[in-house]
Ligand binder design. Structure first.
Ligand code: ADP
Ligand code: MG
Length: 629
């Protein structure tokens, strides 16, 4: 059995995998031969004619038909980049933007970053010469800040539209708007065979161009009874296929780490040669509680649409089989028809700040394909107000304008800007960078757990995890960014290198928002205050048996990996919450409740911060087996 691909949970590894995959693929056949063999090729002329005729076109085609790699090249060959105009193509995922750009550069025999480039957050691989630009949907959204009419583009392709990511949904509204006064701009909405009627409807009945797929039949099998342990069921299925079925590659869809494939393989990456698909029926999804403002990643049943995309992966090269590790009844009655768009289950702070910066004040009447829940929008406005990014009329403040310049979440942005006042921007930039590669810093191989944990303990400093991360980075810097040092200290070199890249990028932006980069010279107090200024929403107070969030009295716990797990200080700020066995706070820092009044006087009342628990402190908790596991 050869599994189609092995993917670890972190992005960087996915990215590596994808790049390696495309290089191996390259050798197989001559490039032009491959291009002509794609399902889209016979439709080249018709497609170009349709694009010529209509300003907005919805393009539907199965994964692998050639939408992403071929359409931009056809447009280029047809003259759409004359006069230095660009063709932009958005992707919901960083890894897809990178790998597809690399592929197209190869097909065109140009160096990646020259005529063909990509732009993803914290990484710009384009140049003056770039005319085909692949980018994440989030990056195109940010381009509206510098070029509100996208004047340098002749064509915008919103690819993987069916994924309905938050940024793609916002792009729909913005691009529909600018298309009205930029009659020369062509807009292509490319999607797998899902939802195309809805896209057409949203874009004023734009025509749909369908690329017929070459699909072989896929037999679908269900389990007779629900599976108790889907991981085990996966392993058993793989072995059964190996023993009982004819040869062929197997693709398994899992949800997270030690993983065979994530749902990235559903549509945005092409893997040839899959005959068998094993689908446990789950995906990891962001969910958002608009009452408490809490975001969490939870494993949930996937939708029927998603399950059908997965099954489709088995029928690309020959007749295939899909083994669904759930019952036919569950498929019919328990799964949702389609995945709820991200805009309806996420924090909107970032997007609202961006839209406000674009001068879009009336968000209630923004042209959403599916509007977000009213309370989510209101909460985002409230949070931005509390952070000082909006005034009481909901207008962008000077601080808000500076916050929007940084390509990070509003709280992180505020933390960085607050570091100016507390004179610790040097350290806070490092912490921001380290937080952005979060959870992949420490390396803990199974056979060296004790060594790894000891190494980790050596980095502990008082005050909390943010300061531990700072300490790791500082020591790495002092080692001369050494690989050997990382190896000896059980630190992931790749994550550190990425943190350094992110840090460089952020530091480069400090000039623009006029923040001087200065160090607090070893004093951690200002650093903790700057963190508080950004994350005061995330305050938790020690109470019986755990912590309670201050505003919503929700019970939360310090993550067992935290440097403050044993200490359990009275007041904490957490960077994020993750739900595994319970609601865990990941990356916590100890604060003084008095600071909350200093940094967020319009949000906290001193009465809320009175410490009633000081007399009867709960005894310290040790780690339970479950938590350590
Ligand atoms: P679509 O966007 O319609 O899913 P693509 O344009 O991504 O289709 O892919 C068309 C074909 O190009 C695939 O079948 C595959 O053979 C090849 N291809 C696409 N991306 C890559 C890549 N990164 N590496 C190697 N081959 C690729
Ligand atoms: Mg594609």
């Amino acid at each position: 059995v050869s599994t189609a691909m092995t993917m670890k949970g972190t992005r960087t590894e996915e990215e590596q995998e994808a790049l390696a995959l495309s290089q191996a693929e390259l050798k197989k056949q001559s490039m032009q031969e491959v291009r002509r063999s794609l399902p889209i090729f016979p439709y080249r002329e018709d497609l170009l004619a349709a694009i010529h005729e209509h300003q907005i076109l919805v393009i539907e085609g199965e994964t692998g038909s050639g939408k992403t790699t071929q359409i931009p090249q056809y447009l280029l060959e047809d003259g759409y980049t004359q006069g230095g105009m660009k063709i932009g193509c958005t992707q919901p995922r960083r890894v897809a933007a990178m790998s597809v750009a690399a592929r197209v550069a190869q097909e065109m025999s140009v160096k990646l970053g020259n005529e063909v480039g990509y732009s993803i957050r914290f990484e710009d691989c384009t140049s003056e010469r770039t005319v085909l630009k692949y980018m994440t949907d989030g990056m195109l959204l940010r381009e509206f800040l510098t070029e509100p009419d996208l004047a340098s583009y002749s064509v915008i392709i919103i690819d993987e539209a069916h994924e309905r990511t938050l940024h793609t949904d916002i792009l729909f509204g913005l691009i529909k708007d600018i298309a009205r006064f930029r009659s020369d701009l062509k807009v292509l909405v490319a999607s797998a065979t899902l939802d195309t009627e809805r896209f057409s409807c949203f874009f004023d009945d734009a025509p749909v161009f369908r690329i017929p797929g070459r699909r072989f039949p896929v037999d679908i099998f269900y389990t007779k009874a629900p599976e108790a342990d889907y991981l085990e069921a996966c392993v058993v299925s793989v072995l059964q296929i190996h023993v009982t079925q004819s040869p062929g590659d197997i693709l398994v869809f899992l949800t997270g780490q030690v993983v065979v494939a994530t749902n990235i393989a559903e549509t945005s990456l092409t893997i040839d040669g899959i005959i068998y698909v094993i689908d446990p029926g789950f995906c990891k999804q962001k969910s958002y509680n608009a009452r408490t403002g809490m975001e969490s990643l939870i494993v949930t049943p996937c939708s029927r649409a998603s399950a059908n995309q997965r099954a489709g992966r088995a029928g690309r090269v020959a007749a295939g089989k899909c083994f669904r590790l759930y019952t036919a009844w569950a498929f019919k009655h328990e799964m949702e028809e389609s995945t709820v768009p991200e805009i309806q289950r996420t924090n909107l702070g970032n997007v609202v700040l961006l839209l406000k910066s674009l001068g879009i004040n009336d968000l209630i009447h923004f042209d959403f394909m599916d509007p977000p829940p009213h309370e989510t929008l209101v909460l985002a406005l409230e949070q931005l107000y509390a952070l000082g990014a909006l005034n009481h009329l909901g207008e962008l403040t000077k601080l808000g304008r500076r916050m929007a310049e940084l390509p990070v979440d509003p709280m992180l942005s505020k933390m960085i800007l607050a570091s100016e006042q507390y004179k610790c921007s040097e350290e806070v930039l490092t912490i921001a960078a380290m937080l952005s590669v979060n959870n992949s810093i420490f390396y803990r191989p199974k056979d060296k757990v004790v060594h790894a944990d000891n190494a980790r303990m050596n980095f502990v400093v008082p005050g909390g995890d943010h300061l531990v991360l700072l300490n790791v980075y500082t020591q790495w810097l002092e080692s001369g960014y050494s690989t050997q040092w990382c190896y000896e200290n059980f630190i992931q070199f790749r994550s550190m290198r990425r943190a350094r890249d992110v840090r460089d990028q952020l530091e480069g932006l400090m000039d623009r928002i006029e923040v001087e980069v200065v160090s607090s010279q070893g004093d951690s107090l200002p650093i903790r205050k700057a963190v508080t200024a950004g994350y005061f929403y995330h305050t938790a107070r020690l109470s019986k048996g755990g912590y309670k969030t201050v505003k919503h009295q929700q019970t939360v716990y310090v993550h067992p990996n935290s440097s403050l797990f044993e200490e359990q200080p009275r007041w904490l700020i957490y960077h994020e919450l993750v739900f595994t066995t319970k609601e865990f706070m990941r990356q916590v820092i100890e604060i003084d409740s008095g600071w909350l009044l200093e940094v967020a006087p319009h949000y906290y009342k001193s009465k809320e911060l009175e410490d009633s628990s000081s007399k009867k402190m709960p005894r310290k908790q040790g780690k339970t087996k479950e938590e350590l596991g």
